[in-house]
Design a protein around this ligand. Sequence first.
Ligand code: ANZ
Length: 804
Amino acid sequence: MVYNHKDIEKKWQRYWEKNETFKTEDFSGKPKFYCLDMFPYPSGQGLHVGHPKGYTSTDVLARLKRAQGFNVLHPMGWDAFGLPAEQYALDTGNDPAEFTAKNIGTFKRQFTSLGFSFDWSREINTTDPGYYKWTQWIFTKLFEKGLAYEAEVPVNWCPALGTVLANEEVIDGKSERGDHPVYRVPMKQWMLKITAYADRLIDDLELVNWPDSIKEMQRNWIGRSEGANVTFKIKDTDKDFTVFTTRPDTLFGSTYAVLAPELPLVQEIVTPEQKEAIQAYIVASEKKSDLDRTELSKEKTGVFTGAYAINPANGKEMPIWIADYVLSTYGTGAIMAVPGHDERDHEFAKAFDLPIIEVLEGGNVDEAAYTEDGAHVNSEFLNGLNKEEAMEKMISWLEKENVGKKEVSYRLRDWLFSRQRYWGEPIPIIHWEDGTMTAVPEEELPLILPKSKDIKPSGTGESPLANMTDWINVVDEKTGMKGRRETNTMPQWAGSSWYHIRYIDPNNDQQIADPEKIKEWLPVDVYLGGAEHAVLHLLYARFWHKFLYDIGVVNTKEPYQTLYNQGMILGENNEKMSKSKGNVVNPDDIVEQFGADTLRFYEMFMGPLDASVAWSEKGLEGSRKFLDRVWRLFIDENAVVRDRITTYNDGKLTKVYNQTVKKVTEDYAQLHFNTAISQLMIFINEAYKAEVLPVEYMKGFLQLLAPVAPFITEELWERMGEKESISLTPWPMYDENELVEAELEVIIQINGKVRAKVIVARDLPKEELEAIAMENEQIKEQLSGKTVRKVIVVPNKLVNIVAN
Ligand code: ANZ
């Protein structure tokens, strides 16, 4: 009988659902294992073949851990607010809620067909009021603690999308979604004070087991720099300005200062002669992105303001320039330029013929900035000191003279948290007519997103909610005071910043989750998703988690203990899969034609988890062939279990079986699925050669294969006479003593050259090995006429005879 994947897969889907095979109990008394996937955005396209790569990986791990006696939490849900559904609704006149619900239906059907062992009783959906009640609740707590605030800030305004975007959502001056132009304009926005957590977000990376590359990206994103602020007086005025520098030790070498063109101070100090040139330069620089402005290779441009600053260290005059390589958004927006020891300043000084002074020895500052350490020169009280000593001395001098102080700067900005869109969580704030603001009280949450036919962005920067007068206008019952609801909504990142907590207790309407359950389950033990989330989602979620830790909601400092990134699945010719290239593979088609087990098996076998690998129809067919071979090894032409499978054990498969259990167990645990599968293949090859198939090994093999190919293994398991689901059986064990060969090959060398090889018993003592070597016929022949000077014996490996 041939392997009929369609019947088998339907049958076991129904069985698992009916028997709630994968339902997770709280407080089971077993050790816990929380295995989490980054939940998908339920797009209109349905699942992509790239999705199952990550989801199968965690599924294998969850199934392994369950079999090893862990209480496993392996949930799934939907990150369902966001622009695409809203854009679709705008384009088609539909309701984003209906569209989202339909997409979720498709995704869920596909997940079920793929046999993922999710506990569907814990399904969450970020657009469900029962869920976003708590997203809003977290916001009100942030507001109470002063960590959510309104500010007039330069924002990335995207007219085409009718909304502002976070820095992270803008790439090269274009929106990440849709590739529309984005402009910098000032607007009143909600901000979250993620910068208050900057140090902890860096320091606590020590606590987690994440890829170094992701940690490094987070550190760079936060961009912590230690240095000093130094204040400069402006000549002939009572004005001054402050710079941030990481090299206060070079103050004696600072020969000019540069302000960011958009600083208001520029207008106050510019001399009449320079006004026109300055104005023209400001207009030109407004059009450039920060990235363009700071690129090292870029030719330096700038204009002199006509004003001079006084160097506080030596009283010398320094011309003040504006230049776009100085950003208004970093440090203080002003710098002291040290062309002798900073590359950009050097280039600038060369371009505009400004003086260059050497203050650290070791280079030739006329030719290039010297950025290494060295003894200070031309620096009065710092002369002779190295960088570290001079920094310390200069900082105490600045503090004593009251012209500067130690300072830390961060590249990280506060999180721009409002969106002028409809399809998001309403921000639960009321603006009262007396100018005050309050958060919607907890008992009135969730603040439900009102239904509306008109969800077009207003185009003025206000959200479409601004049109819903019934919803917006409120009156305080006690005082009669009138108020207006906040009309902005939250960004899509909000719902995913805490969802790992809600799975723990998804239906609790009194609390975000029961504290006892939180204690049982946190942190997430393994979290898996794409590396593209290195700085956005993964930073936001850590920030919210830390805040919830501070207010006593969670008991761990970090949400995700171990993180893995999956690689992409590319098209057959190694390019990205995309509709336009026509190379998109639909998982539904593969499941229909080859079966879900084949798709899972193939995606686990195609390469290391974190590698990006091209899709291959051949590889897929090969995977199906392997499962066919497995089937035929168990089931004969008459559809019964082969009689070669017996309780008799002739010992011939013992070693390969034990090796297979060991390798597969260890490799699965480390998410090395491709090498685990290779070992399963070795076992099947050996089994085909064997006369006797001991039933114990054959069942063990099915258990090892089950996490990757759960359907076919359930079926064969049942046909072997088992009554319980294979998914609930304990993981097979191996016998360490059976792993090694009793005999092995030892090399015999003469003067380092291999002259013979012999098969001997493992772990022979040195003397015996030496005797065997000396008795060997070939060796005796080679040694004739020579004198043996020395014999070196490495047990289980080699004997080297030194002779001449
Ligand atoms: C003088 C100096 C001398 C500097 C020297 C560096 C080397 P990181 O490490 O990235 O924090 N800087 C400060 N604010 C800036 C701004 N708004 N736009 C552009 N550049 C700015 O860099 C800090 C250094 O970058 C600061 O230290 C300052 O130049 C410059 F041998 O001050 B430094």
